[in-house]
Design a protein around this ligand. Sequence first.
Ligand SMILES: [Zn+2]
Length: 327
Amino acid sequence: MGIEVLIKSELTRREAFLNAKGSLRERDAMSMQGIAMPTLPPMPEGALEIPGEFITAAVSAKIYRMIGSAYGTRAAQRALAEQPVTAAGIEEAREYVSSLMDVDLSTVMVEVVPNSKWGDSGAEGIHFKAGLDQHLIVMPSYVASAIEVLVHEFGHAAHAIKQRQNGEYPFFFTADSTVELISHYCQYHYIVERLSRDHLLIALGQLTTASYALSIQASGTKDFDHYEASGAAAEPLRSMSIDMLQSTHAAFCENQAYYFSEVFRGISLMLALLLLDENEGMRRYASLDRVDRRLQDKLSDAFAGKDALMSFSKINERIEELLERCS
Ligand SMILES: [Zn+2]
């Protein structure tokens, strides 16, 4: 498959989605009918390799507990209150990400879907890649921290637009390890600049499952008893209930795709937090992100001389520092 065929199929799918009626799930299924799945470019050996030092159990019990207890507070309840997705909110998010990533997002479409049609999609917002810059963001009409969610989705659009400006086929794909990097970088940046400590703690809820998956990967075993006895389990065991750890572990074992998406999400989230002040580097990363190059090589090109910043062992002090910086 070449670029033209890929773009044509993405735009056809977008049109079919926009014209379809029914729930989000039904429209999504209808839009996929007759659409050819894009084929990856040739992948050199080791292209999807992850640096070994990223496979860690670095998140501390203290941070897990801070995230876990955030949900119960009144301030968190306020941060979680549903807000309407408005035209003004959409433009605020578009402008924020456009200036943060230095990219024109004026061609990105946003469709707002009534919550009754949103159903149990599991997502707060969705981004469909379409062509060079014809991407589509779909949002429910009410969602917690609406502009923050929009910033996240525009972050996905900014990532794809910057990649695709290169005009070569491998830039039309993103490796699982960084598919959530730019979107979370934009989201965390927005929270630290304009929202509150509670918003950040709630957004970090995702880090709990993701870094738990990373710690299982770091333990080198998929057997729960062996995991429990390994050093990698120490911090999760000190901060979360054994029932929760066991049931999540079972869910990972049942669904390998889910497990690996969480492992990779963990890497994206930690890099976004550690590199949150590297604005130029993030823009460079989005521009050079092609699926057929190793993560390590792309990171060292985008963040030259910043290896120390990428140390996952510093994630706990980094999170505390960012929480302090929230207004
Ligand atoms: Zn995302």
